[in-house]
Design a protein around this ligand. Structure first.
Ligand SMILES: C=CC1=C(C)c2cc3[nH]c(cc4nc(cc5[nH]c(cc1n2)c(C)c5CCC(=O)O)C(CCC(=O)O)=C4C)c(C)c3C=C
Ligand SMILES: [Fe+2]
Length: 408
């Protein structure tokens, strides 16, 4: 490894976390004498490489979408902002290490008579473009008596919702994305471990097969219905659209500027019914062709969508900005299959993730339009939900939510 990159990594990872509750109590350990690269970090965003943790925005929003997801929502077990700040500080130190392929704290093989700081299952694995993105639910602010951003509240109930409270909400969320599922799971597991005594997992979701892309030049992935998903998403290079529709600006509190609002929805697909539906009907439901992904009225995937050429209640027509006065979101969802539902059907679907600058100019109006009459509704059901305010990027030496918690 070049000296420069090692120095950068060490500085970023200067504070290591001790095991479990001790770390949360603020027992920061200096790690500079014993770095534990679990693999040779590659400072490039090519598959397997490092996506920088620090920056103007949190990684994992507009950065290229990785193949795997482990999403976790946490409930706080304390009302103390100081305790939560200590946890977030320890989480940040661990995140800096894990995203650069370092072992957490003093590593997986520290002192023999104490539990290791790192659980060890990622030893030898590259960074795998791991990103860790944190958000705070409305209940976070109430519990810690912190001022909520104006208008930030739980999502309204939408027609057709059948939300399971055990798969909804949460005070804090962590979105871990990586090209290797073991790296994503390792990251969440170690944060869970560090948070012991301060936060516990309320629900979590594994995802595979990204169903969106922020790199339009790459092949668009397909969802479990077999359709290309993410064609008309915001590209990571489209600074104007990101500024207009994704990043919170001066209208938000200082800690949220450069951040974004995240909506997570666990959407079950009735894929057995879908699989008995004719190709023509499937295509009419989206208003796009299945193989090419072309919008009706066009021939190629990236041909412009002319909404009047799509069936009136088709998904794409209803969700398109031209039908909704310009409303636009950044989608970042994943497919899931979680065994069966006990009735001989797969519990499969789309774990929908969307980022936006303003929920009232993003997910809420789109979902209202879709819930009212989307042809797709016959084949899907929203069964889990969460909404979170994700702070702006973390500067080196700072930690997730520092500017917010300093107000306590
Ligand atoms: C509230 C927002 C949305 C939900 C919920 C949603 C669920 C959902 N979507 C698909 C499959 C596709 N969606 C596509 C496009 C698309 N979907 C939304 C929003 C929601 N989708 C938007 C804003 C768009 C883009 C519209 C446009 O600008 O043209 C497509 C087409 C390809 C693409 O552009 O991505 C597919 C396919 C499923 C299966 C689903 C729930 C399970
Ligand atoms: Fe969609």
């Amino acid at each position: 490894m070049a000296d420069l990159s090692r120095r950068r990594l060490l500085t970023g990872a200067g504070i290591a976390v001790g095991a479990g509750a001790a770390a949360v109590a603020g027992a920061a350990l200096v790690n500079q004498d014993r770095p534990h690269p679990r693999a040779e970090p590659v400072l490039a965003a090519a598959s397997g490489g490092v996506i920088p943790f620090h920056g103007a925005h949190q990684a994992g929003i507009a950065t290229p979408v990785q193949d795997r997801l482990h999403f976790a929502a946490f409930d706080l077990s304390t009302d103390s902002p100081e305790k939560v700040a200590a946890m977030l500080k320890a989480w940040t130190a661990a995140a800096v290490q894990m995203t650069s392929a370092q072992e957490v704290g003093r590593g997986a093989t520290g002192a023999a008579l104490a539990p290791p700081d790192d659980t060890g299952e990622a030893i030898g694995l590259p960074a795998s473009r791991l990103t860790l993105t944190v958000g705070f639910g409305p209940s976070f602010f109430d519990r810690l008596k912190l001022p909520r951003p104006a208008g930030f509240e739980e999502l309204p109930r939408f027609r057709g919702d059948r939300l399971d409270p055990a798969r909804s909400g949460g005070d804090v969320c962590v979105q871990a994305c990586a090209d290797d599922p073991q790296v994503a799971v390792h990251a969440v597991r170690n944060l869970v471990r560090i948070g012991f005594g301060t936060a516990s997992v309320r629900w979590s979701q594994l995802g595979f097969g990204k169903t969106s892309s922020t790199t339009p030049e790459a092949q668009t992935p397909r969802n479990l219905m077999g359709f290309k998903d993410g064609t008309n998403n915001i590209a990571a290079t489209d600074r104007k659209k990101l500024d207009d529709h994704v990043w919170v600006g001066d209208e938000g509190p200082q800690w949220l500027r450069g951040g974004s609002y995240l909506v997570a929805r666990r959407i079950r697909m009735h894929i057995e019914t879908w699989d008995r539906t004719s190709l023509k009907e499937q295509e009419d439901i989206f208003g796009r062709t299945k193989r090419e992904g072309a919008p009706y009225g066009g021939t190629r995937e990236h041909d412009p969508v002319a909404v009047e050429k799509l069936p009136a209640d088709s998904h794409v027509r209803l969700a398109h900005p031209d039908s909704l006065g310009g409303v636009t979101i950044l989608r970042r969802g994943y497919s899931f299959t979680d065994g069966t539902d006990g009735l001989g059907r797969l519990d499969a679907g789309l774990f929908f993730l969307a980022y936006q600058r303003d929920l009232n100019k993003g997910f809420i109006p789109i979902q209202r339009a879709l819930a009212a009459k989307d042809l797709l509704n016959e084949y899907i059901q929203h069964v889990g939900s969460g909404v979170y305010a994700c702070p702006g990027g973390v500067a080196s030496g700072s930690y997730w939510g520092e500017a917010l918690l300093n107000q306590a």
